[in-house]
Design a binder for this molecule. Structure first.
Ligand code: SF4
Ligand code: SF4
Length: 431
């Protein structure tokens, strides 16, 4: 379908005008903290967006500073003037995408990843099967254990971030309905993600079980696909809109009490479908309704009366806020409340828990050096807690933190909050 909204895919003047250049966001910004450069701070980036809005050409320096932003939205939380920085940087990237012709190799790679791979269960299944062979053959263990990856520079560092493959993949559960334990209290739809179907199949299964334990009939709607978050972050809004319409068509008519996601990065975009499609006459209202139904799984569970049939877990746990949960969705208390509901679990808050870990969608692949510097600092704060378990609420953060543990950690276990709840419920059942 033709996309006629390209002219709106640039930072809007009203959004830019909200910034009063006070600088109160600077200290919250990981790239500014790392580099100390105004042009790599939120205020500096907004200043550059204003220059472009006033007619300056989009040059390589602008592209570099906008792309080095993690889009973590920590500046949004720090800003007293209500600047919606996430919206600005996404629009700036869309404008770059529409106006800048990238080198052929970059164009082909982006096209393959965003227009093909992330939208094709068949391609993801094939890629997952190959990744599984690499893991199961023991080759991955040898590469990581021997340190040989260090010889391959950037490619070696990227290997550390390769998502695992977890057969059987969750694609087989699309279209299925899981009945609640006991009487039905809610009927919810689960968004299973794209890569998560391959790399976080066990997390998706744990999410279904925990929801069932809490009286939910869980439907995994057939016809759903990638949420488009990675596309939005990369400026590819035409593809993102196509995916948003597909998901709305697959889910909205189901009459669900909530649409659940266990991925904070996806959740932000799913909640913001109303903004993404606000100029689409056929979908604007549907997109608003869809967005209003979306709940992060931790947010949903903390909002209902929790099933307290939970056995103790004698673990010491720290929690890393996922940027798109804490800053994007303003959900900070819910995951901590769920952890507090598990008897025997000792919680240790880390310093700067809501500072980005460097994951940021596929930022850690594209801007690997900065992502790894941010990660190294994060691991210092995690190690200082002495916790043996790092909990978070986003699969992307889990991958990044797992790499952090391998590179700088103390053999901590990295889990999703829901996996700990699942473990506690299962212990209760078997005990
Ligand atoms: S984004 Fe907000 S905090 Fe940062 S300089 Fe602008 S007004 Fe100040
Ligand atoms: S989104 Fe994150 S990295 Fe980007 S300017 Fe804001 S605080 Fe800095």
């Amino acid at each position: 379908m033709a996309d006629s909204f390209v002219s709106f895919d640039r930072p809007q003047q009203a959004d830019l005008d909200r910034c009063v250049h006070c600088g109160l966001c600077l200290n919250a910004c990981p790239t500014y903290r790392e580099l100390g450069l105004e042009m790599d701070s939120p205020r500096g980036r907004i200043y550059q967006m204003v220059q472009v809005a006033n007619g300056a050409a989009i040059g390589p320096s602008y592209v570099e500073h906008i792309e080095l932003c993690l889009a973590c939205r920590a500046c949004e939380s720090a800003c007293p003037s209500g600047v919606q920085y996430g919206r600005l940087v996404e629009a700036a990237r869309a404008e770059i995408e529409n106006q800048v012709r990238r080198p052929l190799a970059a164009r082909l790679m982006r096209r393959f990843i965003f227009a093909k791979l992330l939208q094709s269960p068949n391609l993801m299944t094939s890629a997952g099967a190959m990744a599984y062979l690499y893991q199961a053959s023991g080759l991955q263990k040898i590469v990581r254990g021997s340190g040989v990856w260090k010889l391959f520079g950037r490619l070696g560092r990227l290997e550390q971030l390769a998502p695992p493959a977890e057969p059987p993949f969750f694609f087989g559960k699309l279209g299925r309905t899981f009945l609640p334990e006991g009487s039905r209290r809610y009927r919810v739809a689960l968004m299973a993600g794209c890569i998560a179907n391959v790399s976080f199949a066990r997390l998706n299964e744990a999410t279904v079980r925990v929801l069932q334990k809490n009286g939910c009939e869980v439907v995994v709607p057939a016809g759903q696909g990638c949420c488009g978050a990675l596309h939005v972050h990369a400026g590819m809004r035409r593809e993102a809109r196509k995916l948003a319409r597909q998901n709305i068509d697959a889910v909205l008519a189901g009459g669900f009490d909530a649409v659940i996601t266990n991925a904070a990065g996806c959740g932000s975009t799913l909640k913001e479908y109303g903004h993404l499609l606000e100029r689409d006459l056929d979908y604007a209202e549907k997109a608003r309704c869809f967005g209003a139904l979306v709940r992060d799984v931790t947010e949903f569970l903390a909002s209902i009366e929790l099933n307290h049939e939970i056995r103790p877990l004698p673990l010491t746990v720290t929690y890393q806020d996922s940027c798109h949960l804490a800053h994007g969705q303003k959900v900070r208390v819910a995951p901590r409340r769920l952890l507090a509901a598990i008897p025997g679990l000792k919680f240790r808050e880390m310093a700067l828990a809501d500072l980005c870990c460097g994951s940021a969608g596929i930022y850690n692949v594209i801007e690997n050096e900065m992502a790894m510097e941010v990660l190294a600092k994060k691991m210092e704060n995690i190690n200082a807690t002495g916790a043996g378990v790092i909990a978070t609420a986003n699969p992307g953060c889990m991958l990044q933190l797992a790499a952090g543990v391998r590179l700088h950690g103390r053999s901590q276990r990295v889990v999703h909050v829901v996996e700990l709840l699942d473990q506690a419920y299962r212990t209760a059942k078997s005990g």
